[in-house]
Design a protein around this ligand. Structure first.
Ligand code: AP5
Ligand code: MG
Length: 219
């Protein structure tokens, strides 16, 4: 099973991705996580991310292409979950080309919808740990303020989670990424998920969508 998790900043892609990979044993491929790692040694990427702008398509496509060739993706026969990619029409077309070559197909694009006010509320309250754990000061607080439950590390705010940058990221989403909804609707693989619900309810909708897809494959 191969899925794309799609949605605006703060929709809950990373949160739901963790639950999906845990339940279904597929590989989580988050371009945001890959670039957060890459920005440590690349000032250009770091500046673009801090400003809430997209990394150029060629760089993104090359990185994803390499990642899809790695053993952990190729070995896990169960499949993968793309989170944060594709984000432009060029990226979507490049992905189609890559998958066609490998004879791989995307089962569904799980498109999580939330409105802008909810996105700002969620992102401004997000706190993350270097170990990868993510919290929310109101919706998912750690047991001890600013301390990671998982590893005891200090929680920080992502540099692109400041409110002015969040607004820019939402504009970038609206202009460059949202048009992909129509692209995948036309391809007949878009499944809409109401992301305004709590985490558990959103996951239930995702489980239902995956079950329906699996049912189609079995029939
Ligand atoms: P990326 O890391 O992909 O960021 P994003 O898409 O802006 O999404 P977020 O990670 O902010 O939100 P999310 O949907 O994962 O929400 P989360 O689950 O954390 O990209 C970052 C940057 O990298 C881009 O700006 C760009 O520069 C670059 N980049 C990445 N991919 C690229 C590409 N393909 N092309 C070009 N550039 C690229 O949840 C958010 C908060 O809400 C958390 O605190 C969580 O606890 C809380 N929460 C989650 N679900 C719920 C719920 N149901 N109810 C209440 N709270 C909730
Ligand atoms: Mg994320």
């Amino acid at each position: 099973m191969n899925y794309i998790l799609f949605g605006p900043p703060g929709a809950g892609k990373g949160t739901q991705a963790k639950k999906i990979v845990e339940k279904y044993g597929i590989v989580h491929l988050s371009t945001g996580d890959m670039f957060r790692e890459a920005k440590k040694s690349d000032e250009k990427i770091s500046a673009l991310m801090a400003a809430g702008q997209l990394i150029p398509d060629e760089t993104v496509v090359e990185m994803v292409q390499k990642r899809l060739q790695k053993d952990d993706v190729k070995d896990v026969k169960k499949g993968f979950l793309l989170d944060g990619f594709p984000r432009t029409l060029n990226q979507a077309e490049a992905l189609d080309g890559m998958l066609k070559k490998e004879n791989i197909k995307i089962d569904a694009v799980l498109s999580i919808y939330i409105d802008n006010d909810e996105a700002v509320k969620r992102i401004s309250g997000r706190r993350v740990c270097v170990c990868g754990a993510s919290y929310h000061v109101l919706f998912l607080p750690p047991k001890q303020e600013n301390v990671c439950d998982a590893c005891g590390g200090t929680l920080v705010q992502r540099t692109d989670d400041k409110e002015n940058v969040v607004r820019d990221r939402l504009t970038v989403y609206e202009n460059q990424t949202k048009p992909l909804i129509d692209y995948y609707k036309k391809a007949g693989i878009l499944v809409e998920i109401d992301g305004q619900q709590n985490e558990k309810e959103v996951f239930k909708q995702i489980e239902t969508a995956i079950k329906a897809e699996a049912g189609k494959l079995g029939s």
